[in-house]
Design a protein around this ligand. Sequence first.
Ligand SMILES: Cc1cc2nc3c(=O)[nH]c(=O)nc-3n(C[C@H](O)[C@H](O)[C@H](O)COP(=O)(O)OP(=O)(O)OC[C@H]3O[C@@H](n4cnc5c(N)ncnc54)[C@H](O)[C@@H]3O)c2cc1C
Length: 421
Amino acid sequence: MDKDQERPQVVIVGGGFGGLEAAKALTHSAADVTLIDRQNHHCFQPLLYQVATAALSPADIAWPIRGILRRQRNVTVLMAAVTGVDTINKRVLAGNHVFPYDYLVLATGATHSYFGHENWGTLAPGLKRIEDATEIRRRMLLAFEEAELSDSEAEQKKLLTFVIVGGGPTGVEMAGAFAEVAFKTLHPEFRRIEPRHSRIVLIEGGPRLLPSFPENLSHYAQQVLQRMGVEIMTGRVVSEVRPDGVDIGPERLDASTVVWAAGVVASPATQWLRAEHDRAGRVIVGPDLSVPGLPEVYVIGDTAAATDAGGRPVPGIAPAAKQMGRYVGRAIAARIAGKQPLPRFTYRHAGDLAAIGRRAAVVKLGWLELTGFIGWLFWGLVHVYFLIGVRNRFVVAFTWLWNYLTFQRGARLITRGLRDP
Ligand SMILES: Cc1cc2nc3c(=O)[nH]c(=O)nc-3n(C[C@H](O)[C@H](O)[C@H](O)COP(=O)(O)OP(=O)(O)OC[C@H]3O[C@@H](n4cnc5c(N)ncnc54)[C@H](O)[C@@H]3O)c2cc1C
């Protein structure tokens, strides 16, 4: 690699929200930065469910990492899957490749947790990457196609039953979007089936939807979803996922499409570092987000179990990952420049938002709570604002307006053959 070995080497693993911010915060630092990601793109996960439900196309919410950082001359972007870290010799391992570091930032995010039932993964895909979204889209659209083809009423019923496991923001957003697809978009287009007879079932193990929101907003979300035709089961736990449905204790629910939105677990950074971790597998970091005993290694975003100055856990959301990334980038720049260390990391929580469907969202910003059309408008503006690049902002805003006016969903492509036998 053509690097000036005199300059400190900073390796960042992960080009998500946290990793990108860390790289940007090192723009003016006299360091060589290597950003490694196993994907060539940064994905705006908050809008993944819109790709999964055919409202947006993958390229509307994902950008090449190389392109985002093209003007930052001290950054080299590499596409590789990191497999380990040698903390003694200060090297990152990616298959046969080795990357020495003076400072390391691990920002590898989280993945779905099936609570020990990893075999459920293929039966009930979760939503984390673009591939997951296009797979869910494929399964959903294929279910309607197969139902139109089928002569069996029982088979049609199963094909038109969609189960979403997990009533957090992703589950709620998915359920609302599935309802719109079935009840608004598709119903005029089929002749042998009635898409409006679809069953969309949202199952939540806890007592209410959106547990991170205040109770009144959970209640509102439940009411709106029910009005949209979504069946909601709270306090019910899925005990088995089968190829043709789920079991909820003794109850059997036949469904051809099951989506998992129930849990996340951090990436394997804990194993790489042999560091202390919490129950979700997140590395427990110190007040400056470095790993205890490894002052040159920082862990941020969904991979880190961090607390703020008041001892409250920092949530696994995009703004938190961005704030951590920015902080760590600045902390490393200060160390390289020989300046005073930064004061401890403090997290500023701006608020929580979730879209429920057409004209409905819940927004909690400090004391301010918004619902309904105003909440939905606010949710849309915030998401457009945080997208990267003018083109994407324009395309997404226009697509939403078009979808809103026409009830259409333009990205209804089944790009990979028929359902696996
Ligand atoms: C469906 C969904 C909806 C969400 N909605 C919201 C929302 O509305 N609002 C909100 O604030 N937050 C939301 N979140 C959470 C938010 O997206 C995450 O908190 C945020 O992405 C965390 O950022 P990160 O940098 O830690 O990880 P990520 O953004 O996940 O980035 C991790 C990166 O690391 C790379 N990587 C992983 N393993 C390796 C490896 N071994 N080698 C190389 N590269 C690797 C990945 O390819 C990825 O690019 C949502 C998440 C999901 C999945």
